[in-house]
Write a protein that binds this ligand. Structure first.
Ligand code: SAM
Length: 227
């Protein structure tokens, strides 16, 4: 199915959230990092301000700043309503209520938008739709991070996941995926088949992390090249 802006609901997280979701140490932050499906997260922008380099890939980056901004304005009230309707699926600690959550997400997305055009020029934001092969060299990155895309959207299917993860592991030594539950806060049905497929040639681990917003969503999947 073609990637269309009218079907996108932009939703972006921060560097602080990425740090917790992926248990990023100071050493990790200095690695060559690929952000997979970073969308309108402020992770790349904040890392760049801190003098660190992240390359983010996402088909969202085929659109202009104005188009993404417009789509954020169109969808923010829908997202607030959906979050209110599903409030029982989340732990309201860091974000005390749905309005506070949407305010934080809009701030992160504004941070992204401020950086977007410069980031495009600097090739930190690259328009790319997985599982299509990327132009990156084998093992160009030390670490790939995938927040709220793979495994969360289990409806993308097994073939999509296996092909996408295979391409990411071609270009990166390690991939961390968070969370490993789906939108209904159930363990992703695909998890076992993904683990079984990749543990033949890679080291695969489930690691508990400090971040938990979706109930039960405090684990990441780590797939790394055998040393
Ligand atoms: C829920 S958002 C998560 C954004 C960001 N990672 C975060 O956690 O704040 C999911 C992202 O996956 C991206 N995405 C969807 N299909 C994709 C594909 N085939 N290849 C790469 N990214 C994709 C979307 O455009 C969107 O930006």
């Amino acid at each position: 199915m073609a990637y269309e802006l009218k079907q996108v609901v932009p939703w972006g997280r921060t560097l602080a959230e990425y740090t917790k979701m992926f248990s990023l140490s100071d050493k990790d932050l200095d690695l060559k990092i690929l952000g997979v499906g970073d969308g309108p997260a402020s992770f790349n922008a904040e890392m760049n301000t801190n003098g660190k380099k992240v390359i983010s890939i996402d088909p969202l980056y085929q659109f202009t700043k104005d188009q993404i901004q417009e789509r954020i304005s169109q969808t923010k009230d829908i997202v607030l309503e959906q979050t209110q309707n599903n409030a029982a699926n989340f732990i309201w600690k860091e974000f005390t209520n749905p309005t506070a959550l949407v305010t934080a997400r809009l701030a992160a997305m504004n941070r992204f938008l401020e950086d977007y055009e410069q980031g495009i020029r600097e090739q930190r934001y690259i328009n790319h739709e997985l599982p299509k092969k990327t132009n990156f060299a084998d093992k160009q990155f030390d670490l790939a991070l995938c927040s709220h895309f793979l495994l969360l959207y289990s409806q993308l299917g097994e073939t999509f996941h296996l092909e996408t993860i295979t391409e990411i592991l071609r270009i990166s030594n390690e991939l961390r995926i968070f969370p490993i539950i789906d939108l209904n806060t159930q363990k992703t049905p695909l998890l076992n088949s993904v683990i079984a497929h990749f543990e033949k040639n890679f080291t695969v681990k489930i690691v508990t992390v400090e971040y938990e917003f979706q109930k039960g969503g405090n684990e990441m999947l780590v797939i790394s090249t055998n040393k």
